[in-house]
Design a protein around this ligand. Sequence first.
Ligand code: FAD
Ligand code: SIN
Length: 527
Amino acid sequence: MTTNYLIIGSGIAGLTFAVKIAEKFPGRTVTIITKSNDDETNTKYAQGGIAVVLNNKADSFDKHVNDTLIAGDGLCDAFIVKMVVREGPKRLKELIDWGANFDTNKNGSFSLGKEGGHSEHRVLHHKDITGYEIERALFQRVNQLKNIIVLSYHFAIDLITNKCLNSTKVTDLTCYGAYVLNQKTNEILTIKAQNTILASGGIGTIYGHTTNPLIATGDGIAMANRAKAKIKDMEFIQFHPTVLLNSKKGSSFLISEAVRGFGAYLRNSKGNRFMVSYDNRAELASRDIVSQSIHKELKKTGDDCVFLDCTHLPIDVFKEKFPSIYNKCLSEEINVSKDWIPVVPAAHYLCGGVVVDMHGRTSITNLFSCGEVSRTGLHGANRLASNSLLEALVYAHNIFMFLSENNNLHSTVNVPSLNYNPAHHTEERVLIKNITKELQTIMRSHAGIVRSNDQLNRGLKELNIIYNKVEELYKTSKITTSLCELRNMINTAYLIINQSLKRTENKGGYFNSDYETKKTLKKDRCV
Ligand code: FAD
Ligand code: SIN
């Protein structure tokens, strides 16, 4: 199969690029592959919203830039931050033109929420299901464009580069598409593409306890790593502070930061508003600070969770703003008007990833990367809330602009099929499940909110053991999605641990207890 544009992923990043390029070039083919049903993405679960400066009286681009830089703890690329923030209103307008609806006030202006690290109200939202609304609108537009093909249940196994085509040493890498498993027929396809856009999202499943859906297994990071693309900042995993405690199933349901923006308090089991003693911004400090503070608080008290107290908030407005959070809590017998919500931090977002320039170009020719899988320089050591959807919109546009102006429609090369032994029929489902659990335990205990060099090194040793088991399985068993995902998660886990070991000071979402004494006081980052 041959296509002009192969897009791996159907979240906000992949779909936005697809719509733009397909609209501009109706004669060209745009193929989106996605490994689950069409809309199963991190995007679909986004709650809080998109940060965009619209209220020019109270807010300004400079304020949003400044908040992003403070959240990123000195490691953002200031040029990129300015570019993304300034592009925000234009990119948002396009999303609205494609049919996405955002909540408005009685006077018709957009209702703007506030989240941690933001000095102003600037987060556009659709109740507490903003991502669901964005996916809906983008798919509606995708389905109107005849030159877009969406292949659901198609799993990208590996990128095709000149390294796969040529056994001799290549220095300038070029991408020619991807090997893809049709998950329904088990056929392995070779999809040749003139341009490949990696929009494969995040990695939360590596930790088990995560806000991310199961599809977030770091496939794009692992594929890019195997293809020798540059990957950076993998130590900066963002843990969201307020995930509904579920000791049996593992906590995964997010209680949006917008709830704290609406005035909810964090309390420990004694009822103390502990955030006041950690940061001047209290509950609205940036996410790294709140998660690390909760971690310290739990260590002090020995409790399993802290609590989000909404009991002083107007319940009618709460229900209107956060209907799915309200109902989810009710289904767990928590009435937010009377009960505190038990919450814990959980893995939420990968700040690092595949390195791209401002046009979304990776270090491999004809391979672009967009959305959570990419590392643009916007987030530095910690992403500011609601900057991720914004980043995906802006970079999808930048890649589109680059490819519109630099017409890369070279003739395709001959690509061999994936070197794979189809005689392998064994499917080791139970083993794969068990090793996945082992991996998640390793990552939670050795590469979590607070790390140490000793723990990281122990994590590496434990990873080596499961790596060997899984590589052996990969050589001898049938290629399945879960086996490939496990292999990718292990690959990504290595990057997280190895890049953590290379960082020798605490920054943003990276906290290593060996460097505690050297650490800048978090309060220094207060506005
Ligand atoms: P995704 O939306 O995750 O899409 C990835 C796609 O890649 C999926 O279609 C997946 O199937 C596909 N894929 C992956 N691997 C393969 C493979 N091997 N083969 C084929 N397909 C593959 N950010 C904000 O800015 N504001 C918010 O309010 C917000 N709230 C959030 C709430 C939750 C619960 C979560 C989980 C995240 C939230 N985020 C928020 C973060 C944000 O939603 C994500 O970072 C963003 O949506 C990522 O978009 P994406 O297009 O890069 O990836
Ligand atoms: C949230 O709603 O708390 C998530 C926002 C984000 O991840 O940006």
